[in-house]
Ligand binder design. Structure first.
Ligand code: MLT
Length: 267
């Protein structure tokens, strides 16, 4: 793990391997370890940067509200701090995908491609946003277990609950180890994120979409619509996976990512 100063906070990131740069951005309420099954294989031929976002994992939290834009700005400042000047492939899972959309809007020249994993372009409905604000309040009062109880039942494919209890346990551990102040601040930012749907037809960098066939949060049907809206995008649907496809089927997800990263590096 490397520790950097990024936009005045202590920022933690994995930085391994050499070759084309890929940045792996985790979802909510998680940390960079959701990519453990991809970091090893990808770092054989790529430089893999996998940060803990502001308020998650080992990165410092800032209280109140942390917007999706702030996370995108942190990623750009992290690349500066690491001396990365070449365009990168940015991979984001769920919230990481929302951040990738914002990064695209602000820092297009820094991108060579995007991998959108188990994510969606739409904003929260007013009802969902209200629920998030309530969950932020409860996390601050009761701790991260609130999020584990609310979210875990929908995060994984049914087969994962039955045959991979260690994956269920791992996700629970990540959530329970979270920083309540950071999680609440990120939840408030998620509630206010913009709708990115209108930008999809304008995306002009190579884009791969990856979805667990049993994703109950960003469904395969919804990601199919997204794939058809982005020119030239490719969609890979992963058997036996839900919303946490990199943890549920690590080898398949790593293989799809590697083929895309190395293929788009040659363009
Ligand atoms: C995630 O995995 O990042 C979350 O499901 C995102 C969300 O709650 O919208």
């Amino acid at each position: 793990m490397k520790f950097l100063t990024v936009n005045d906070i202590r920022f933690a990131t994995i930085d391994e391997g050499s070759g084309p740069v890929v940045v792996l951005v985790h979802g909510f309420p998680l940390d960079h370890t959701i990519w453990d099954g991809q970091i090893g294989p990808l770092s054989q031929r790529c430089r893999v940067i996998a940060p803990d976002l502001r308020g998650f994992g080992d990165t410092e939290a800032t209280p109140g509200k942390v917007s999706i834009e702030q996370h995108a700005d942190d990623l750009a400042a992290m690349l500066d701090a690491l001396g990365v000047v070449e365009p990168v492939v940015l991979a984001g899972l769920s919230m990481g995908g929302y951040i990738a959309f914002r990064f695209y809007q602000k820092y297009r020249r820094r991108l060579r491609g995007m991998i959108l994993c188990d994510t969606r372009a739409g904003a929260d409905t007013p009802q969902a946003a209200t629920g998030r604000l309530e969950s932020a309040r409860r996390v601050e009062q009761e701790g991260p277990r609130v999020l584990a109880d609310m979210m875990l039942p929908r995060m994984l494919a049914p087969a994962t609950y039955n045959s991979q209890p260690e994956v269920v346990e791992r996700i629970q551990q990540i959530i329970l180890a979270g920083n309540a102040v950071g999680l609440a601040a990120a939840a408030r930012g998620l509630a206010e994120r913009p709708d990115f749907s209108a930008m999809l037809p304008e995306i002009d960098c190579p884009t791969l979409l990856v979805v667990g066939k049993h994703d109950a949060i960003s469904t395969a049907a919804e990601m199919g619509v997204m794939a058809r809206s982005i020119r030239g995008a490719k969609l890979v649907a992963i058997d036996g996976a839900g919303h946490m496809s990199p943890l549920e089927q690590p080898a398949e997800v790593a293989a799809a990512m590697e083929a895309f990263i190395l293929g788009s590096a040659e363009e």
